[in-house]
Write a protein that binds this ligand. Structure first.
Ligand SMILES: Cc1ncc(COP(=O)(O)O)c(C=O)c1O
Length: 326
């Protein structure tokens, strides 16, 4: 009997949990990495793309010949392009002129249409990539605007997938869950599921210095003076997305660019796992919290994507030196 998969989407999820030997020794605790790079599109965003499109189909919002629209240049765009290619949908991704050639080429390889918008346009400017995406959706019947920062299905995908997987893979022994926060979908959905199983679990959200999320979590104040440029991709935000469920996140830890990027480099050399800048940030979060871990603790850290997408930045010595990270 052939036991292969029927299509690539059947390989989304069920990613491995891998013990980080050297980090566990160094911190005198037990650290396990949830390796989201093992998804077919190399990131956790495959989960939400697969879930959101399947849900839209079930609800009759999207039917054959339809169009998937999103404003993104990142992993979500790639995952949506992959799902659209398999299912035969038209996929239109609005992005800014900041997008790298490689990233654009990947989206186009899956057959997506990539539309460039000015990078400095404010979100409410009609030329911004948010406004253009929303307008196209309004003009196009049988279309879905994914809008991941305000789409509760982003959270649900992790509640039904990542959460139960981690619970099973740790045999319920997980004591700490560490995950970076971008849209917040990953941490919120996973933490909600895990806390329903075990309320004593500590959930640590990793945010970037230069993002508004940590101060908002601590004070309830959206303080725009917190906003500063930083290089970490997929970590932190200058808005408060509705997909961050603050009630399931016990603490926020803010991390800087340099130590986070160096954590990612160290991981590739010591554990032979290549992760992106946000994975490095999550590891830096674990590192900053090390005084609170005991030898019996089981710490799960989620690594959102693969390092291969960052060969011209994080894994490029010249770029690292130019930015003062090496
Ligand atoms: C590379 C990367 N890491 C981390 C994240 C954060 O995940 P989430 O949006 O679920 O908070 C994202 C997405 O925004 C991402 O693209």
């Amino acid at each position: 009997m052939v036991t292969g998969k029927n299509n690539i989407l059947e390989t989304v999820g069920n990613t491995p949990l891998i013990r980080l030997q050297r980090l566990s020794e160094e911190l005198n605790t037990q650290v396990w990495a949830k390796l989201e790079a093992a998804n077919p599109g190399h990131s956790a965003k495959d989960r939400i793309a697969h879930y959101i499109i399947a849900k839209a189909e079930e609800e009759g919002v999207l039917s054959p010949g339809g169009t998937i629209i999103e404003s993104t240049s990142g992993n979500t765009g790639r995952s949506l392009a992959m799902v659209a290619a398999l299912k035969g949908y038209h996929c239109v991704l609005f992005t800014t002129t900041k997008i790298s050639k490689e990233k654009k080429a990947v989206l186009e390889a899956y057959g997506a249409e990539v539309i460039m918008c000015p990078k400095d346009a404010k979100p409410d400017d009609p030329e911004s990539y948010y406004s253009r995406a929303r307008m196209l959706h309004e003009e196009t019947c049988n279309s879905i605007y994914v809008n991941q920062y305000y789409n509760e299905a982003n959270v649900e995908a992790h509640y039904h997938g990542t959460g139960p997987e981690i619970w099973q893979q740790t045999g319920g022994e997980i004591t700490h869950y560490v995950c970076c926060v971008g849209t917040g979908g990953t941490i919120s959905g996973t933490a909600k599921y895990l806390k329903e199983q075990k309320n004593s679990l500590r959930v640590l959200g990793v945010d970037a210095v230069g993002s508004v999320l940590t101060k908002f979590a601590r004070t309830g104040q959206l303080d725009e003076t917190e906003i500063k440029p930083y290089k970490l991709e997929g970590v932190g935000k200058n808005i408060i997305p509705s997909t961050v469920l603050f009630e399931y996140i016990d603490e926020f830890i803010q991390v800087q660019d340099k130590p986070s990027l160096l954590q990612a480099l160290k991981l590739s050399r010591e554990e032979a796992i290549m992760t992106g800048p946000s994975g490095g940030a999550a590891l830096e979060g674990v590192f900053q919290y090390r005084e609170h871990f005991g030898p019996q603790d089981k710490v799960v850290v989620l690594l959102p994507d693969h390092g291969i997408s960052y060969l011209s930045k994080l894994y490029n010595e010249k770029w690292m030196k130019k930015n003062g990270f090496l």
